[in-house]
Each structure stands twice: as structure tokens, then as C-alpha cells.
Design a protein around this ligand. Structure first.
Ligand code: G
Ligand code: G
Ligand code: MN
Ligand code: NA
Length: 252
């Protein structure tokens, strides 16, 4: 396939790059973290959507190398921002099933971090419910190893997957990312409010923090704050930014 062949060369040709979307704490409106998101700008095709090329990267196994590259770039970026004296945020990195299930996954992450010289507690690993479920037996062990190595762990797109609540107790998840589908109509839809309220309370009773995704309006942010949500991410206060723009954002 055209796309698969091109993706293989994209990394070497420098067509892959990263953007950083700020994550804001609601209590004091400070940016405390960023989700790093992969982008591919093809010279002829222009921007190829991650929704298109991530599945191909997974099918071809390219996601393993690309995933480690994303972590390394993100860690180097943290190091640079630290040197500039910017606020010490953490970066959340998305991880796919293919990466998570590989033997030596955690060790490879640790190797990257020690090579760059940034402590692992500056990185949060984002997994989806699907990732956890597809590796049901090992998932708990892998999450434990991630914690032992110092990484934080977030459960992405929460509420959209198979949502087995039992693994929330079993797995030591640090943070729940409330899916944007619950945020979209939050202000007007009572059911969405009830669901988000329940997720936040459950998360807090299990010692997890909560972040809502896809926050596009001030009204949504205010409602989430009233419901006790800890953090937000969304176009309302920032789109994903290239690193130079993110540094400007951090400087405030
Ligand atoms: O940034 P955007 O909303 O277009 O991302 C679309 C999808 O691609 C999301 O599900 C996101 O998690 C995924 N994605 C973005 N960057 C990465 C990455 O570095 N690794 C993996 N595995 N998925 C990513
Ligand atoms: O699936 P995952 O949560 O990893 O990916 C996050 C995706 O959500 C990214 O593609 C990002 O570009 C997108 N996103 C981030 N903020 C908003 C928002 O406020 N509205 C919408 N519609 N999408 C958003
Ligand atoms: Mn994510
Ligand atoms: Na998500």
C-alpha cells in the first residue's frame, strides 16, 4: 500500500513532527501538563490524519520505532524547556496495543529516559481501555512495572470502550481522561452531566484524578469545575501547538 511504504520513509525524511496540547488545572488555571500528538506532513499529500496513519503504523509494526521516537523527542523537549526555566510540566504520551504488549516495553521506555536524562516522573503513559483489555492478563503487571519505573499512567477515552469498571480497581491508574463525547453536550444534557459526575466521584474515591477532553467553551469548563473535575484539555484555551508556540504558552 502507498501509505504504508511512504510512512516507512516519513520518519527519515523528517516528515513526522510533534505537537503539544496544554492541560490546565481548574483550581488555579495553570498549565500542568501537555499531551504530545504525532503529526505527518507529506510533501504532496499535505497533513495525513493520525486516524489514518496510526492504524497503518500499527499493522506494519512501525509504531514500535515511531513510539520510541515520540517518547525520546518529548523527553528532549522537556529537557529544553527546563533549561529555559519554564514551569516544570509533565508530558502525556499515547501508547498503542502493539507497543504495550511487546516484551521489554517498559525497559525500552526506561532506556530512552535515562539516555535523555529526564526523570520518568515527568512522563505519563496514556493507554486506552482497548489496550488494557486486549492484554487483560498482563496489563496489571505492565502497569505495575510502569509505576515501579516512575511513570504515571492515564486511561484515555474513558467511557467509550468496554468500560469494565472492575479493572479500575485492579489496575493502578493515576488519571482518568473523560472522553470528549461526554463533554460535547455537557451544558445542556442532564444525562451527560450525571455520567461525568459519576465518573469524577468514582475516580476520586479510587484515588485517581480526572481530566476532561475536548473542552471547547467556557461554559463547559465552568460546569466541569462545578462537578469537581481536576483538569481540562481542549480548543477553548489551546489547540495542540508546535514546540515553539508551546514555549510561548508556558511563559504565559
Ligand atoms: O491528534 P488527533 O486527535 O488527530 O489524534 C488522533 C488519534 O491519534 C488519537 O486517538 C490519538 O491518541 C492518536 N495519536 C496521536 N499521536 C499518537 C502517538 O504518538 N502514538 C499513538 N499510538 N497514537 C497517537
Ligand atoms: O484519542 P486521543 O484522546 O488520544 O486524541 C485526542 C484528540 O482530540 C486529538 O486528535 C486532538 O487533536 C483532539 N482534540 C483536542 N482538543 C479537542 C477539542 O477541544 N475538540 C475536538 N473536537 N477535538 C479535540
Ligand atoms: Mn490521548
Ligand atoms: Na482521548
Amino acid at each position: 500500500l502507498d501509505l504504508a511504504v511512504s510512512l516507512k520513509g516519513a520518519q527519515n525524511r523528517g516528515e513526522l513532527f510533534l505537537v503539544y496540547q496544554p492541560q490546565r488545572r481548574l483550581s488555579d488555571s495553570q498549565t500542568i501538563g501537555a499531551e504530545v500528538l504525532l503529526r505527518w506532513r507529506h510533501p504532496k499529500w499535505g497533513d495525513v490524519s493520525p486516524a489514518e496513519f496510526i492504524p497503518i503504523a500499527e499493522q506494519t509494526g512501525l509504531i514500535v520505532d515511531i513510539g520510541l521516537w515520540v517518547l525520546e523527542q518529548a523527553a528532549r523537549q522537556l529537557h529544553q524547556w527546563d533549561l529555559l526555566g519554564l514551569p516544570k510540566i509533565f508530558i502525556a504520551v499515547n501508547v498503542s496495543t502493539i507497543q504495550f504488549a511487546r516484551p521489554g516495553f517498559v525497559e525500552e521506555l526506561m532506556k530512552v529516559m535515562s539516555r535523555v536524562g529526564v526523570p520518568t516522573n515527568r512522563i505519563e503513559i496514556e493507554i486506552t481501555e482497548a489496550v488494557a483489555l486486549k492484554n487483560a492478563e498482563q496489563a496489571g503487571t505492565i502497569i505495575q512495572r510502569l509505576h515501579a519505573a516512575g511513570f504515571a499512567v492515564a486511561l484515555d477515552d474513558f467511557g467509550t470502550g468496554y468500560s469494565s469498571l472492575s479493572y479500575l480497581k485492579r489496575y493502578a491508574i493515576d488519571r482518568l481522561k473523560i472522553d470528549q463525547s461526554f463533554v460535547k453536550d455537557l451544558v445542556t444534557n442532564q444525562n451527560d452531566q450525571a455520567i461525568v459526575n459519576a465518573i469524577i466521584h468514582m475516580a476520586h474515591s479510587l484515588q485517581m484524578t480526572t481530566i476532561a477532553e475536548g473542552v471547547e467553551t467556557e461554559e463547559q469548563a465552568n460546569r466541569l469545575k462545578e462537578l469537581g473535575c481536576d483538569e481540562i484539555q481542549g480548543y477553548w484555551f489551546s489547540r495542540p501547538l508546535v514546540s515553539q508556540d508551546f514555549a510561548v504558552h508556558l511563559r504565559g
